[in-house]
Design a protein around this ligand. Structure first.
Ligand code: PLP
Length: 418
């Protein structure tokens, strides 16, 4: 590895392609031949505004974003979107249905992990009389009743008839659950169960799977958003793909009794001013643009979908081999498991610490699981190459081979004499 780098399986911020980082280092000194570094140049300069248009075009082409949707570049991460989606979608609902009693404005949330649970919690804070309805809670299906370990089956969903918002998180970074892309797969998102007849108020958090594979039924979404810091760039940039009917005049909604919406969270000023009503995250946008160019040269999202499919298959195969030997245990039910974040335990006293130390000795870092679920988490984002994944898989097999075989418990001395 050049520059003394190791293999980074961290969950975010996470690995970026070395070629991109080398180019970005040049750009810090001299952005696109301007003689000014990217962190120093005006965001209103013609060079930067042209660059920004290029970033937008890359996303639009690579994800086949339809003309009905506007691409916005925002700040505040996924966390700011937990609030923004509620405020903008409630404002839209109020403009459409000004006389509805507040409690009849319903926000549907599908809970499949800690990030969707956090989003629902924020919705409850901001609902101001509207109703937050949990359309499905995967925890209730787990053996303990408390673990996010699966995507719910179709029978577990109860959507409201005319909600103001329907929310899901496509890939749960902490628990390692992800919706399947094949509509015939029981773990796919249940588009078939959603209310029909109107433009769907469907909002997807795609933070940890953005650009890793095509987005199923993107055109049917009101909003898809993603923090950049997993697959496409540094922290500080949030990409939101917003259907135009969801870019509303929040002040008009406030005049009808809605909550005032902070300007920085309203979509309309960003849509009107090409994502620059104020200073955008210039450097994060720059690196994201470089990552997207790099990705386009390789074949875009389709390329990553094929590579990511192979990567995850290899890691889960090693995990299954470890399970068969009683050394490893996956956190997620097969069929619901994430391509991006593979979460598992290493069984036995001190075994996880040994696994992590052994990995680090071989130059692999960032494998420690999130503090809320523990264990191991291997994040296989786009910039983690197949060769790096092969190295992890070889290490997993080596660890499994060397693990002491569990002996059946011997009868105690007392039991022998009974
Ligand atoms: C799926 C998902 N949603 C939301 C967030 C919150 O994002 P941020 O830390 O950018 O606010 C994260 C963070 O890791 C995430 O993984």
């Amino acid at each position: 590895m050049p520059h003394g780098r190791i293999t980074n399986f961290g969950a975010g911020p996470s690995a970026l392609p070395v070629e991109v980082l080398e180019e970005a280092a040049q750009g810090l000194l001299n952005f696109e031949g301007t003689g000014i570094g990217i962190a120093e140049i005006s965001h209103r300069s013609k060079e930067f505004t042209a660059y920004l248009a290029g970033v937008e075009a890359q996303i639009r082409t690579q994800l086949a974003v339809p003309p009905t949707h506007t691409i916005l570049f925002l700040q505040g991460g996924g966390t700011a979107q937990f609030s923004a989606i509620v405020l903008n979608m409630l404002a839209r609902h109020r403009l459409l249905h000004p006389d509805l009693p507040e409690r009849e404005r319903v926000l549907d949330y599908v809970l499949t992990g800690s990030w969707s649970a956090a989003a629902a919690k924020e919705a409850a804070r901001l609902a101001a009389g509207a109703t937050v309805h949990i359309a499905a809670d995967a925890r209730t299906l787990s053996p303990s009743g408390a673990a996010f370990d699966r995507i719910p089956p179709r029978s577990a969903y109860a959507f409201s008839p005319a909600p103001a918002l329907i929310y899901y998180c496509e890939n749960e970074t902490v628990s390692g659950t992800q919706f399947a892309t094949d509509p015939a797969d029981p773990a796919s998102f249940p588009f078939d169960l959603l209310p029909s007849g109107t433009l769907l108020p469907l909002v997807g958090d795609h933070s940890s799977s953005f650009m890793s594979r095509p987005i199923p039924r993107l055109a049917d979404h009101a909003i898809v958003y993603a923090g950049a810091q997993k697959n496409v760039g540094p922290a500080g940039l949030t990409v939101a793909i917003v259907r135009q009917d969801c870019i509303v005049d929040v002040d008009a909604a406030a005049r009808l009794g809605g909550a005032p919406v902070p300007t920085a969270l309203a979509y309309a000023p960003f849509a009107k001013q090409l994502s620059m009503p104020n200073t955008p995250p210039v450097f994060a946008l720059y690196v994201t643009g470089l990552v997207l160019r790099h990705s386009a040269a390789l074949g875009g999202v389709e390329h990553y979908a094929a590579v990511n499919r192979r990567k995850q298959a290899k890691v889960y195969a090693a995990l299954r081999a470890g399970e068969a030997k009683g050394v490893l245990r996956g956190h997620v039910q097969p069929g619901s498991a994430s391509w991006m974040n593979v979460v598992f335990n290493v069984l036995g006293d001190g075994a996880e610490a040994r696994f992590l130390a052994g990995a680090e000795a071989q130059g692999m870092k960032g494998l420690k699981g999130h503090r809320s679920v523990g264990g191991i988490r291997a994040s296989l984002y786009n910039a983690v190459t197949e060769e790096e994944v092969d190295k992890l898989v070889a290490y997993m097999h080596e660890f499994i081979e060397q693990a002491p075989v569990e002996q059946p418990a011997l009868p105690s001395e007392a039991a022998k004499t009974e």
